[in-house]
Design a protein around this ligand. Structure first.
Ligand SMILES: *Cc1c(COP(=O)(O)O)cnc(C)c1O
Length: 574
């Protein structure tokens, strides 16, 4: 079909525009790096299922985030993760221009329509500067997701925020709310300030032409990280050099901070609705940004996407309609225990075959298999489990197997060291505990892992896990979580019922003290030895009950259908 015909049906009614630097639509469209992008993808999938009038905007990221290559010592190298947009989507003929570093940069959009079996559709616009009229340098601006320096990053954020608003306007879309998924899209507020500027004749003072309240009514902001470094900041000199003086510097400083342009502050000051992604994250965010009111809408995952084939079949048989109505998980008790276990063993065998084929680890299907996969970065403490290797070897000898995966950001050296350390520990455990680290963690591998292991482990330093979503995916497959009480798990955890905690309960004091590696590791080992391992081998019925609870209590709630409906009622239509 003609690209403009594809677009036409979305011009009929006003839409919510969802802007995100990354969106994980499918594994072979490399426009995501990790949790944030997968959440954006899940949000759009649920919006399509629920027929929420939404459109999404992101960058085309033609060379992806990166493909991870690991050598035998765990040294990571990064390769471009090229993909071909023309295989999946259509380029629209419209172009907009944005002046960056004193020259106009042409931007076009590709359209991809996320379709649901319900008939719902959400178009996603991928912004692209790889056009012949741009300089070779500018043609690369939408190539690498989270690549390059500050300058490259600021240009990308200007393309996403300012370019995004311009393209939506140019395409003829009527936008009634702008949802900024993280601060990367905050510059859209400046474009809106220009659009809704008041007539100079009608106001007393020049400053009052900036209709902050009008823009606020239009904007929704979701913050995703309680880590300081996760909030983008740019010097005003750099901003001026690259983007120019969009609004007077004096006014901009009032909105984005006195010393540096803080993307989070800009979004906070120009959004009427602001939220964190878990209850604890809201609390931490309000401490980090005093004076601002945060709401909280705890994240979820897209139920259908994150349920493996064998479990889908069981749910289809006993909980018909579950995919578009995850509340039906409340009836998980209808599934006979043997069938639940059988479905789990089927997907577990797939994973074990895969791990053995990739790594030669020689794992077997009957051993308690523990999974850990997420971005490799220091605060996530992938190596907490290895704090006392002798003890782990003694507790786990022949009884447990470990599967790891995760990429480190190319510039995160401590994250890269973490991978190497996990590799070393895996070697030292040879002969007692089988363990493997899989290369190039992505959505496809994530589904294999979260469904195929028996327990999903998470050991972040409090309170840095804003939400975490991989544990919710595990729960959708009946896999209980064994995790530090942070992020979503504070809300999902019922001890010995939906899974197990690691370390002390959450408290404000804990947030300041930080690590507590020793105490957390101690608890981890003790529970593994005295509760988790014995239950798995000696009390299979109780174990299967826990699997049911993971589904009936955790998947029931921690899904993007519930999350989306809350965004609609609390943020979009108020
Ligand atoms: C779900 C997912 C994540 C996020 O996992 P967390 O537990 O939130 O860290 C990261 N990467 C991929 C590929 C995922 O599928």
């Amino acid at each position: 079909m003609e690209p403009s015909r594809i677009l036409a049906e979305f011009l009929r009614e006003p839409k919510i525009a969802y802007l995100s630097m990354e969106i994980g639509i499918q594994n072979d469209i490399h426009t995501y790096s990790g949790g944030l992008g997968v959440l954006a993808g899940d949000t759009i999938r649920s919006a399509a299922d629920l027929k929420v009038p939404m459109v999404a905007v992101t960058l085309i990221s033609r060379k992806g985030y990166f493909r991870q290559v690991l050598d035998a010592e765990g040294n990571q190298t990064e390769r471009p993760a090229l993909w071909q947009p023309e295989k999946f989507m259509d380029a629209l003929p419209e172009k907009v221009y944005l002046e960056l570093s004193g020259r106009p940069v042409a931007i076009r959009a590709w359209i991809f329509v996320q379709r649901s079996v319900t008939g719902g559709k959400v178009p996603i616009f991928f912004l692209d500067t790889d056009l012949p009229e741009n300089t070779p340098e500018d043609r690369e601006l939408t190539s690498y997701l989270y690549g390059g320096d500050d300058r490259y990053r600021l240009k990308q954020e200007a393309i996403l925020g300012i370019g995004g608003v311009r393209i939506l306007r140019k395409l003829g879309l009527d936008i009634k709310k702008y949802h900024m998924n993280e601060g990367h899209a905050s510059l859209l507020t400046l474009e809106l300030l220009l659009e809704y500027r008041k007539d100079i004749e009608s106001v007393w003072e020049e400053d009052l032409i900036w209709d902050v309240d009008r823009v606020k009514e239009l904007c929704v902001f979701t913050s995703h990280t309680p880590v300081e470094a996760g909030h983008d900041r740019f010097s005003y000199e750099l901003f001026r050099e690259i983007v120019g003086e969009v609004i007077p510097l004096r006014v901009l400083k009032k909105l984005a901070g006195p010393d540096r342009l803080n993307m989070t502050h800009l979004a906070l000051n120009l959004s009427e609705y602001v939220n964190g992604v878990a209850k604890k994250h809201r609390e931490v965010s309000m401490r980090m940004f005093p004076g601002y009111e945060f709401s909280s809408i705890t994240n979820g995952v897209h139920s259908f996407t994150w349920t493996c084939d064998s479990m889908r079949r069981v749910y289809d048989k006993y909980l018909q309609g579950w995919a578009n109505e995850p509340e039906l998980f409340v009836r998980v008790g209808r599934i006979p225990e043997e069938e639940l276990w059988g479905a789990h063993m089927e997907t577990k065998k797939n994973l074990i075959d895969y791990v053995n084929a990739k790594t030669g680890a020689g794992m077997n299907c009957d051993a308690l298999t523990i999974g850990y996969a997420r971005r490799a970065t220091a605060y996530k403490r992938a190596d907490l489990l290895f704090r006392d290797l002798e003890r782990l070897a003694r507790i786990g000898n022949g009884k447990i197997q470990l599967v790891f995966a995760g990429k480190a950001h190319p510039k995160d050296n401590p994250g890269k060291m973490m991978i190497k350390h996990v590799f070393e520990c895996i070697k030292k455990l040879r002969g007692s505990v089988k363990a493997a680290y899989l290369e190039n963690y992505d959505m496809e591998m994530a589904l294999k892992l979260i469904s195929g292991v028996d327990v999903w482990l998470n050991t972040p330093q409090r309170p840095r896990e804003a939400s975490g979503t991989s544990g919710m995916k595990a729960a959708h497959n009946g896999v209980p979580n064994f995790s530090v009480l942070d992020g979503w798990w504070i809300e999902g955890h019922i001890e010995g019922y939906t899974g197990w905690s690691i370390g002390p309960p959450p408290s404000e004091e804990m947030d300041y003290i930080g690590g507590r590696d020793q105490q957390d590791a101690e608890d981890l080992y003790a529970k593994l030895e005295n509760i988790v391992i014995p239950m798995f081998y000696e009390n299979r019925r109780t174990w299967i009950k826990m699997m049911q609870n993971a589904i009936g209590k955790n998947a029931y709630y921690f899904n993007t259908h519930r999350m989306m409906l809350r965004y609609v009622t609390e943020a979009y239509i108020r």
